[in-house]
Write a protein that binds this ligand. Structure first.
Ligand SMILES: [Zn+2]
Length: 298
């Protein structure tokens, strides 16, 4: 059978969200010859302590494009102002058009439970757009409706209220760390300026490009460990006691109930190299509130 490339669309709120939360999966996709498109829904203009917003937006647009080029992915930055993304109708329509045009097999986004209002809005917008992407009378033929919803999954976060993220998919990204760090390093105004400033690390950032990469590797590893520790039980479950305890860098994903359902073979196809849990509702009697076997009730 001919190799049919999968299509991954990451709809993040800011330029750098995709690589920080899902750079490992994106690089695995590209290595396997699949297609990856990354969208930052906002222009990222708020991400600095001294550069003016217009300059930050311009710089972050090219930083994002460069990060995409590291793995051969298209990285698009929309014009919505950073810090002002809302789940309104006009933005929903833009998300519907984006999903219809790209026709992804898999969409990744934020959960609507998050510290950042732009992340919450992004998650809500994707939730509002799915299903409607299949309805021809919504934005009639502009572009044409899809024949089916994509599978949607949430990128990892550590928030617990109203509910913690459930790791349906567990991915050890140890082998992808260097690529993730090279992608993150493209976001110079962020990792070497704004985030370093916010964390009080500005004086530590080396001037030499190679030393900067090594410093960023340490930064990424430090920030990855709390994620690995939060999902430690899932890592042990997926990789066994010894390896599960060793892993320091992982990505986990929760499948959205509000888009296409994905059985175990579909999950394994959409998340290559990952350990996938079977759908929860098929493990036992289906609770009354769960979505039944058809994707959407009338
Ligand atoms: Zn963000």
């Amino acid at each position: 059978m001919a190799h049919v490339p999968l299509r991954l669309l990451i709809l993040g709120a800011h330029p750098d969200d995709a690589e920080y939360h899902a750079g490992g999966l994106a690089s695995i996709y590209r290595r396997l010859g699949h297609t990856v498109r990354i969208v930052s829904m906002t222009n990222g203009q708020a991400g600095h302590f001294e550069r003016p917003p217009e300059q930050v937006a311009t710089m972050r647009r090219s930083e994002a494009a460069a990060a995409g080029a590291v793995i051969g992915a298209e990285y698009v930055t929309w014009d919505f102002p950073d810090g002002e993304l809302t789940a309104d109708l006009a933005t929903r329509h833009q998300v519907i058009r984006e999903i219809r045009r790209f026709a992804p097999d898999l969409v990744l986004t934020h959960r609507p439970y998050d510290y950042h209002p732009d992340h919450r809005a992004a998650g809500q917008l994707v939730q509002d757009a799915t299903y409607l992407v299949t309805v021809p009378n919504v934005l009639r033929d502009d572009p044409p409706a899809l024949s089916r919803d994509p599978v949607v999954a949430y990128m990892p976060d550590l928030f617990t209220k109203p509910c913690p993220l459930e790791a349906d998919i567990v991915l050890d990204v140890t082998d992808q760390v260097d690529t993730i760090v090279r992608m993150l390093a493209c976001h110079q105004t962020q990792v070497f300026e704004w985030l370093a400033f916010q964390e009080g690390l500005l004086q530590q950032v080396p001037a030499d490009p190679q030393q900067r990469l090594e410093w960023l590797l340490g930064w990424y590893r430090r920030h990855s460990l709390p994620r690995a520790n939060r999902f430690r039980a899932d890592l042990i479950d997926a990789f066994g006691e010894q390896r599960g305890r060793e892993i320091e860098c992982c990505e986990v994903f929760e499948l959205s109930q509000y888009a296409a359902s994905a059985d175990l073979p579909t999950r394994q196809r959409l998340f290559p190299s990952a350990v996938c849990r079977p759908p929860r509702s098929s493990a036992a009697a289906t609770p009354a509130h769960d979505i039944p076997s058809t994707d959407h009730p009338p």
